[in-house]
Each structure stands twice: as C-alpha cells, then as structure tokens.
Design a protein. Structure first.
Lengths: 344, 416
C-alpha cells in the first residue's frame, strides 16, 4: 500500500513537472506584439500619396528560417482580399528590411550601407501606388509546409516623405504551440495560439483639442486630434482570397465613465477614421464637432470581436496651420478567439 | 488487535486521502502560477511601468519644448486605486544652476563653475489615483492634476478645471476628482513612472492588491510654432500572479522567482533597429535612442541604486555578430552608438551603419546576473527612432516597445 501510495505521489510529482514545463513553455510563447512567433501579422501597410512603409523582419533563432509572406489588400471594398505572395530565407539571427514601394531585389553588388546591403532574403515585389492593406508572414520549411519555430519578429515604419513625419508599431506575432502543424493553420490554442477576443483602445475623440499643442504650439483653440483604426481578420484564406464579413461591437467610456455603444462592419481588412463614419460619429467624436458625444479628451474603447482580429491605431495631432504629427500604437488585447489561415 | 490494525490502516488511508488532494491542489497551484501571467505591453496588469517621461517646457534639452501625456485606463467594472511614483532620472550638476536653474544638464558643459553632470540617485515622488469603473484618465506630466473636474461644453471641453470660470466659451466645470498628480514643470524632468494597483483604503491604503486591470500608454511631444512631433508607446504591464482581489502582505513587489507575486522580468530583450546614421532616403537619416530602467527598485529610500551591467549582441544583415556592454544605475537614456563610444566617436560604434554596412540590425540585450546576493537585475526599455532631414535638420520621431524573451530565474523586487 505504501509503495502504491509513493508511486501515486511520484506520478503526481512527474505530472507537476510536466505541467510546470508546459506552463513555462506556454508562458514564453503566447501571442502578442512583444514576443517572437511563427505567424507575423502587420495590420497596416500603406503606399498612398506621400506615405510609404518600411517593413522590418528578424529571425531571432540560430538556424535558417524560411518565411512565406502575403500582401493583402481590399481595393474594391467588396470584402475580397487579394493576396500577392513571396518567399524569404533568413539565415540565423538575420534582420532584414525593405521599403514597400521599392520591394527588394536580389543583388549581391549592393553598395556598403545602401538599402539593399546584406544577404538578400529573396525577391520582394513592390506594392503599387495607392496600396493600403496588410502583410502576413508564416514560418515554413524548405517545402513550404508550416513550421513552428517561434523565431520571427517584426516592425513597421510608416513615413510621410513630404513632411518627414514618422510612426511605428510592432507586428502581432502568433506563436505555434505544436510541432505537428498542417494547412490550414489552426489558431485554436492547440496548433497555434489564438487571436485576441477583445481589443482596448486608449484614444482622444475626433476633433478634441490637443492640450499640448494648445499650450506649446500654434493652436488658439484650433488644434485637432483624429484617430485611424486598422483591423485585420485572423481568418484568412490566402489560397482563394477572403470574403469575410462581420460586426465589431464597441463600448466607449469617457472620463466621466459615461458609456456609449455601437458597432461597425469589418471585412478581412478594415481601416476606419474613428468618429468620421456613420457608425462611429457620436461615440468617437468630440462634442466640439456636430453630432459628437464625448465630452472629455481621454477615452477608452473596448472592442468585442466576433472572430479573431488584430489591429493598430494611428493618432494624428494637427495644429491650426495643418502641421501634423502622427503616432502609431499597438492595441491592448484580451480574451481569445479561434481562427484559421489557409495557405496556397 | 484486528481492530487496532484495521484502525491503523484506516488512519493511513485517511492520511492518504488528505495528502492526495493537498498534493493535487499544490500541483494545480504550481501549474496555474506557471501559466498565463507575464510581463507584457498589451495586456492589462496590476503594475505598470512607463520607462520614459520627459518634461522640458523651455526646450533647453534639444531646442524644442517637450511634454508627455500619460494615459491610464481601468479596464475593470470595479473601481480601483492606484499608487504611482515618478522616478527622477534627470542628470544634475554637482555645482551650477544647469539648464533650468535646478541643475538639470546634458553634459558637463551645461554646469557652470566646473560642476559635473551626473545622475547619482533617482528620487521618487509618489501620488495616488482613484479610478471609477472603466474610467480612462490622462494628464500632461508638466501640469499634473491639480483640479477637481473637467470642462463640459464651451470651447475647451475636457480641459481640467476647478470652477466654471476655468472653462472658456461658456463651458461648465463638472466634478470628477481622480486625485492629485504633482506637476513636473517648470523645470526639466526625465525619468520613469511606475504605478501599482493598491487597496486604497484602510490603515495602509498603499498595500498592493492582486488584480490585473490597468493599461496605459504615454505620448511624448516635441512641439513649437512650426513643429508637431508625437510618439506613443505602451506602458509595460507586469501581471499579478493572483487576480482574485486579495490583498498582499507588504509593500514589496516580488517579480518572478519562487515566491513570485508578479510575473518575472524577461531574461533577454530584443531590439530591431536601423543602425545609426542609416540613410532611409536622401532626406531621412536615422538614429535610435534606448531608455533603460531596472525591474528592481527601492523607491523613496535608495540613495545608492544598484549598478546594472548589460551585454549587447548585435547582428547585421550579413549575419555578422558583434558585441558591446554598458552599465547603468536607475535610469539611462542613450543613443545606441553612444553605448560603446563617447559622444563624437559614434562613427566607430558597432551600432553605426558605417561599421555594420547594412541598414537593419538586431540587438539582443542580456542583463548580467549579479553574484553579490542582489538578485535584482532585470530591465525594461523602450526605443525611440529619430528621423532627421540632413537638408534642413528637421527631426521627427517614433517610439516603439521592445521584444521580450524568456524569464529570468532570479526574482526582482520593487519596494516602497
């Protein structure tokens, strides 16, 4: 009996060790914008007017990493997301970068310190003028099958080449939790981590006066804050395009704790000027503007998602002469939603 | 005898019946504490760190006035109290008035009379906030919060006020008292902000409480009549291991390790960056600055902050590896290519494009474990990118959060 009892305790101890190890592993591989992962999602990539984007991707591991990437865009607003794909090969610990308007050529003669210097990761196509969309990159093996090394991280720099303005955010990295991966990629917590189930946005309602510009800059009660929100669905059919529709529900709280609720539609990729569309006019707009409901400068929006979504916010701070400073920020996340990504 | 033996067996069975669930419960607790809680820049937490807050209303530091807007949001349906500390990391002259009359300086040249510009200790200033359910709050670090409401209506809705006359254009002042935040102006301030979710009432209202409800971000402004430059980063959230609303025992936060109350700081920090002086275009030359703060800190009582040693491993796009190291105490803001070279020698730094030859780099930062019994050596950081037009010297900037990898085996502590 005693031996049986000890074997029970030993078994429980072993279970604890495995549970702790698994927990530790899970703790280190959860998805987000501050840890490497196996799927990178850049929700906002633009080449519009005077704005251009530099993408940075880094292999944080000590072995070679094959990466399959897809530019997504929804140019006609129909909900169909077309994809253009390309492949990267990153050697151990290799960082790489490219300007999306130029792509990156394979040219070993690039001069020292130039944009193309370094091991070329592969031929990266440029995006056309007017491009607005997203970039999704997946760790694969040499055959193109999904592989979960959790070694990719990335950043995006959005630049205004006329004014010099710049904003920057981190890519959302989805971690693999299994070595047994298949296509479509299951972001369900068993193959890959899930996507967020809710997003929290700290923002200033559209039309708010900017208190810093009012005090230090050129304003006279004519400064202006606007916020752009970009969302990317985690349910992506990269083989046949995506035609997904859904509704994002939100509750906005101002500093008086007053709640304002509403919803707006989203497709596979959605970008929205908060407070400047019929679905968000009152709830995201300052009382300084017609129809605005938010009386305070600081507010939060809690977005509830029917399916997994990731997003990024970009705020624009404008003085009375139109001089603009922008700042991008990653959204805060909570909860979990399962999703699937189908590779070609 | 038979009864006795049977009774002994029953007792063994009874002991086993007790020990087994206890063992399973302990196992469950171990697993539950190992999973989930983390240091994160995107999830709600019970302890927030804003690594960089800067106030320079006169523009003495770099020619353009600077201020920081801080936002903290309670994501819970329950009210909460928050105990915060500004930690002053401003270098000051040992002799001389410095740039702001209070000794703030950048280099020894800013100190009259042969004074030395140094950061000897980081003084902390504390304050309390009371947040209602789901309440977002924000304030300018230069002004703090010294009023008791916000203007409603008129031409300046949302601006702070105490009476109706504070509001322009016929607005009225509606009461909403979140507490008092000390203003950091009129002098220069560079440092960090740390906020802990606390009980908020009773004999010791500053005791931490096991909840994870806070998110925050900070926007650093450089503004004058011709320039509007704004950068935003998310506060680093350190999640409490338990989130059941229970009260902790003391005002020492244990981050990581065996007796953890909060998630542990990461073993490594990873920064993707452009090498300093990279030309992204003819009109865009980039440099980066990193702001480092320690995970361990003795707030209010530390005249001699611990020295932290950091090792840097730098990779370029040729997969070539170089290394560097540096030390800091309680706060350090430094251009990457001045981590291993003195000002004026940046062109010889391993963080410079002239040395590396490629635009993009990856730097892995590892805090060196101390062997002197002081376990606190974890770090947190943010990075700022400055894009300068060589033609007209106009500067625009962006901030971003760094990546974290692994968890330190040793605990960090924050005491106040």
């Amino acid at each position: 009996m005693r031996a049986l009892y000890r074997s029970w305790l030993l078994g429980i101890g072993m279970l604890c060790v495995f549970a702790g190890a698994a927990g530790s592993q899970a703790q280190q591989t959860r998805s987000g914008t501050d840890r490497p992962g196996s799927i990178l999602m850049f929700p906002k990539v633009v080449r519009t007017g005077q704005r251009d984007t530099i993408v940075q991707i880094t292999n944080t591991g000590n072995s070679i990493n094959w990466v399959h990437c897809f530019y997504l865009s929804a140019p006609d607003g129909s909900g169909y997301c077309g994809a253009v794909d390309f492949e990267l090969v990153l050697t151990r610990q290799q960082p790489t970068q490219w300007r999306v308007s130029q792509g990156r050529r394979v040219d070993p003669t690039d001069s020292f310190g130039s944009a193309g210097a370094g091991f070329d990761p592969g031929l990266i196509p440029p995006v056309p003028p007017g491009f607005q969309g997203a970039l999704v990159c997946v760790e694969v093996d040499a055959n193109g099958d999904p592989r979960g090394q959790n070694r990719l991280k990335g950043e995006v720099t959005i630049m205004d080449d006329n004014t010099g303005d710049v904003s920057k955010y981190n890519a959302f990295a989805v971690a693999a939790v299994s070595q047994s991966l298949s296509n479509p990629l299951a972001l369900d917590g068993s193959e890959y981590e899930t996507c967020p189930g809710s997003l929290t946005l700290n923002f200033s309602p559209r039309g708010s006066l900017d208190p810093v510009i009012e005090d230090l800059g050129n304003a006279n009660l004519n400064s202006f804050i606007a916020t752009n929100l970009t969302l990317l669905s985690c349910n992506l059919d990269l083989a046949a395009g995506v035609r997904s529709n859904g509704t994002v529900s939100y509750i906005v709280y101002d500093e008086f704790e007053s709640p304002f609720s509403g919803s707006f539609p989203h497709q596979c990729w959605t970008t929205i000027d908060l407070g400047n569309t019929p679905q968000t006019t009152g709830q995201f707009r300052s009382t300084l503007l017609t129809g605005g409901a938010i009386a305070t400068i600081f507010a939060q929006a809690q977005l509830t998602l029917p399916t997994g979504l990731v997003g990024v916010a970009e705020s624009f701070h404008i003085d009375q002469a139109g001089v603009t400073g922008s700042a991008a920020s990653n959204l805060h996340t909570g909860g979990a939603r399962s999703a699937a990504i189908r590779l070609p | 005898m038979w009864r006795c033996k049977r009774s002994e067996g029953d007792m063994k069975n009874a002991r086993m019946a007790i020990r087994l669930p206890v063992a399973l419960l302990a196992c469950g607790l171990l697993a539950s504490t190992a999973v989930g809680q983390k240091v994160s820049t995107e999830e709600a937490a019970g302890y927030l760190v804003f690594p960089k807050v800067v106030v320079d209303p006169s523009g003495a530091l770099n020619g353009v006035p600077m201020d920081t807007v801080i936002r903290i949001t309670n994501t819970s349906r329950d009210a909460t109290s928050v105990h915060c500390f500004y930690v002053d990391g401003t270098p000051r002259c040992t002799i001389g008035a410095g740039l702001d009359g209070d000794g703030a300086c950048r280099t020894n040249d800013d100190c009259a009379g042969g004074g030395i510009c140094t950061l000897s200790s980081c003084q902390a200033i504390n304050f309390d906030l009371n947040l209602t359910a789901n309440q977002p709050v924000g304030w300018r670090a230069s002004e703090g919060v010294v009023t008791t409401g916000f203007c409603v209506g008129g031409t300046s809705p949302g601006f702070p006020c105490s009476v109706d006359n504070d509001c322009t254009g016929g607005g009225v002042c509606q009461a909403q008292d979140i507490g008092r935040v000390p203003p950091l102006a009129p002098g220069i301030f560079q440092g960090e902000l740390k906020c802990v979710q606390v009980v908020g009432s009773g004999n010791d209202p500053d005791i931490p409480v096991n909840r994870n409800d806070l998110v925050g971000n900070a926007s650093i402004y450089r503004v004058n009549n011709a320039i509007v430059d704004v950068q935003t980063y998310n506060a680093v959230g350190v999640q409490a291991v338990l989130s059941d609303g229970s009260t902790q025992n003391d005002t020492t936060l244990v981050l990581g390790g065996g007796n953890r109350e909060y998630a542990g700081c990461s073993a490594q920090v990873i920064v993707d960056h452009f090498f300093d002086n990279s030309l992204l275009s003819g009109a865009r030359e980039v440099t980066s600055e990193i702001t480092l703060v320690p995970c361990s800190e003795r707030l209010e009582v530390d005249d001699n902050p611990a020295v932290h040693t950091l090792q840097f491993v730098v990779f370029n796009e040729f997969e070539q590896r170089m290394s560097a190291s540096t030390r800091f105490r309680c706060f350090r803001e430094v251009q990457l290519s001045q981590l291993d070279r003195r000002p004026g020698q940046e062109a010889f730094s391993v963080f410079n494009v002239g040395v590396q030859g490629t635009l993009a780099g990856q730097t892995v930062i590892r805090p060196v474990l101390s062997g002197d019994g002081n376990p606190g050596n974890g770090i947190l950081a943010i990075v700022e990118e400055f894009h300068r037009n060589p033609g007209n010297s106009a500067v625009h900037s962006a901030a971003f959060n760094i990546h974290l990898r692994g968890e330190k085996s040793q605990a960090d502590t924050v005491a106040y």
